[in-house]
Every structure is written in C-alpha cells, then in structure tokens.
Design a protein around this ligand. Structure first.
Ligand code: SF4
Length: 452
C-alpha cells in the first residue's frame, strides 16, 4: 500500500467548512406524500395523481431538495419539482387508470403490489439488454450478478450498499432497481468476484462504481471496495469512476456528513497513488449548481485531485431548451466541471413523459453548442445508450435525395464500430434508436439485433 503523502491533508482543507451548519438528512417516500407541507398547498387532485404514479414508479426526495432546490412558486412547472416528483403523464392513461382504480377500491397492500408489478413489467424495466447481454461470467462460466461488462475497457460495479440514491429522479433509467422487486435488482456484495474478474481482464482500464448512487455508502464501505485496487495486480485499472448525483441531491455528503472528511481523503489517497479518479456527476439543470453548499462540495471534491465530469439526459419538462444547457455548461466550466455527455432519455419507465424527438434533441444540442466556448464543447451528444452501443446523432443531412440522420458510435460492444459514420432515414417522430431504419445498405448491420 503506498505511503500517505504529507500533502494528503493540505488541499482538502483549504476551505474552512466548519462554518457550514450541519443539516439533518430527512427523506420522504411514497408513504410520506401527505407529510410534505409544501404539497398541502397543491390541489387534492394533483396529490392523488402523485399517489397513483408513486405506487408504480419509485419516489424519494429529501428535505434539501424540497427546501432549497425547488422554487414552489413555479410548481408544477419548476424543473427540480419535475425532476423529483411524480406527474400523471408519467404513466399511460391505461396504466394510470388501472392503478387509480386499484387505489380507490381500497385493495390491500399485496393486491396493490401485484397491480404495480404487472404495470412495471410493461415499462421495459431493463433497457438495452442490461441483464441479458451485459452481465459477465467468471472463469467457471458462472454469471457475476452486480457486474456489467459491455465495453471492452470499462467494467460497471453495483455494490449492494449503493443501490439507492439521496433522492430519485423521476425519469431514472435504473428505476427498476428501486421498486423492491429482487428480480429487477442488480447488485453484489461479492467484491472478491469483482477483483477476480478484473485480474483476469487486463484489457479493462476503467472501473465504474455505480448504482443507485455509491455516495450513499458510508466512506468506510467505499474505502473497503476501492483501496484494494491500489494493489499492483490492478495496475491496469487506470481510472476509478464513481457515478453520482450526490452533488445535486445531497452535497452535504462531501462537507458536513460525519464521514465526509474520510471520503475526500480516500479520493485524494487514490489520486496520490496514481489512479485517475473521475466523479461522473449527474446534472440536468443549472439550478442544481445554484446553492452555496453545492458549489462548496464541487470545490472540495476538486481539491482532492479528482476530475468531475458531468452528464445527463435531455428531458421534456426539465431541460428541453437550449438556454438551460448553455447556462448549465457555462456554470460547470466556471466551477471546473468538464461537460461530458448529453444523453437522450432512455426507452424505459416514464420515458413517454420525458422523451424529445431526436431531431429536436439534436437542434437543442447544436444551438447550445454554438453559444458556449470551446471548453463547453466537450459534451458529446445527443447520445443514445442503446443495445449495440452509445449512438450519437451527428446531424441531419441529405443522401441520394433523401433526408437522413448522420450517426456514429461513440462506444460499441464491437470496438471496430467505434467512430464509424452510418445513416438512418429521417423520422420526425423517432425518439429512440430502435425506431430508426437504416438509410442505406452500408448502415444495415448496425441496426441488426444481437443474438441472445
Ligand atoms: S441519481 Fe441516477 S440512479 Fe439515482 S435516481 Fe437519479 S438517475 Fe437514477
């Protein structure tokens, strides 16, 4: 294990955080909707709609989000309200009416759960072949639940203690992780299997710890997973990525939580030992950056030597406007965050409420890009995390007299596909890769479904 450098403490404590008052973490779930006093000001009908939707899709919000991020004067149109609170349009009329009727008829808990589970199964709980195609096997051919290995260089690890979040995003593509159905969960506590797998795969350079949100874990748990990676047998793991939305939903995690110091020291220790630590921060709206504690948490994380890269989907009702993206990316640059991805809303859960036609997503991306400096143009997108890989919409063009989408794979299961341009027929309604048709013979192979 590398020696602790005498520099370890210096950069982490250059900002005096002792002045920041400690806030208690208070969380509300579907059971507690009636306890949220701000909701009492809304019409009863709206509150009933929230109850119906939250009986199917996960709901969890904390007091910091309610009190400091949501502008209640703007509700229901406030973007952070839309980001966290259930809305009627998130379910189809058929699903909504079914659940509403079940609730009104006073069904018991078990019966309600059955109805909810049936509806969930119709919401494509595991998009892009996450369970069928991405779970790797150990040397004995046994699948390793809680790991995903889709792209050659990167392994995803889902530690079981990190399979929740400080609040839930209403559009979450991993929503199925949170609804209490064990069949829908991906998680592992078996770190040994992770280490064994990494040792057998020297081509893997990046480990992405993800969830849920791994930052809900205690620092000592995170440490127990990450410190072993400093052993020389993992020298091929250059980068430790941690996917998180804690910088938005609970920035106190990095400042005032009891084990916040331990957390930042762990990250700094990994950096000093030669790992690239990348915080893959999930952001959807510039308002998430707009509190003192959110900015302080960013400064403190950056002081560890970790890089913060931002990513998030483009969503109707939240950020389908170029000016919001311009402001988000500009603020991030100011704070030292590297814009990384703009995603397309995935084909799962509440997608019907949030989806934006692909041509419109591209227009928003392009117009926003034109208004930021070169440092903001590092964000790739709009990108679809589809079954064969991450497909970026590069533009709209004309080919042989027909209008086409110009596409490319930013990442692909088959590395030889990466960066190859290909084409799809223009479709004004299309919101996802599966709805597109190849525009020419050369492009056909990229649309074929992989064998299971
Ligand atoms: S933070 Fe990420 S995993 Fe958690 S609810 Fe939001 S999108 Fe889903």
């Amino acid at each position: 294990m590398p020696q602790q450098s005498p520099l370890t403490r210096i950069p982490l404590h250059t900002v005096d955080f002792d002045e920041v008052p400690k806030q208690q973490f208070r969380v509300y779930t579907a059971r507690d909707l009636d306890k949220i006093k701000e909701l009492q000001l809304l019409p009863e009908s709206l509150r009933f709609e929230m109850k119906v939707v939250s009986a199917v899709l996960p709901f969890r919000v904390n007091a910091y989000v309610i009190e400091e991020l949501i502008d209640w004067q703007r509700v229901p149109n406030d973007p952070i309200f839309q980001l966290t609170f259930p809305q009627k349009g998130m379910l189809s009329d058929v699903h909504y009416n079914r659940m509403a009727m079940a609730i009104r008829s006073d069904m018991d808990k078990q019966a309600l759960k059955l109805v909810a589970n049936e509806i969930r199964q119709e919401l494509n709980p595991h998009p892009a072949g996450q369970l069928e195609h991405n779970v790797p096997c150990d040397s004995a051919g046994e699948p390793i639940p809680g790991l995903q290995h889709k792209y050659r260089e990167t392994v995803l690890f889902f530690p079981s203690q990190g399979q929740t979040c400080h609040s839930y995003c209403s559009f979450c593509f991993r929503w199925a992780q949170f609804v209490g159905d064990k069949n829908l969960r991906m998680a592992t506590t078996e770190a040994d299997k992770l280490y064994g797998y990494l040792e057998e795969h020297p081509e893997v350079t990046d480990l992405l710890v993800t969830g849920g949100d791994p930052m809900v874990m205690k620092s000592r748990q995170l440490k127990s997973y990450l410190e072993p990676l400093l052993h020389p047998r993992f020298s091929h793991i250059q980068t430790v990525r941690i996917g998180t939305k804690a910088l938005t939903f609970w920035p106190q995690r990095f400042i005032t939580d009891d084990d916040a110091d331990e957390l930042v020291e762990l990250l700094h220790h990994l950096v000093l030992a030669g790992k690239h630590v990348a915080i893959m921060a999930h952001y959807n709206h510039w308002r998430e950056l707009d509190t003192d504690i959110a900015r302080a948490a960013i400064r403190r994380l950056r002081a560890t030597g970790a890089e913060i890269r931002s990513q998030g989907p483009l969503l109707a009702h939240i950020n389908d406007c170029e000016d919001d993206w311009v402001k988000l990316w500009n603020e991030q640059i100011k704070l030292g965050i590297i814009p990384y991805y703009q995603f397309v809303e995935r084909d799962t859960g509440a997608r019907r409420y949030f989806e934006v036609p692909l041509y419109k997503a591209w227009q928003i991306y392009r117009q926003a890009m034109q208004k930021v400096s070169g440092l903001g143009r590092t964000a790739r997108g709009p990108s679809m995390s589809a079954d064969p890989g991450k497909v970026e919409i590069q533009g709209i063009a004309e080919m042989n007299g027909q209008k086409v989408f110009v596409l490319r794979f930013i990442q692909a299961r088959d590395p030889s596909w990466v960066q190859q341009p290909f084409f799809a027929k223009f479709d004004e309604q299309a919101t996802w890769f599966d709805q597109l048709q190849p525009a020419d013979e050369h492009s056909e192979r990229f649309f074929r479904k992989p064998a299971v």
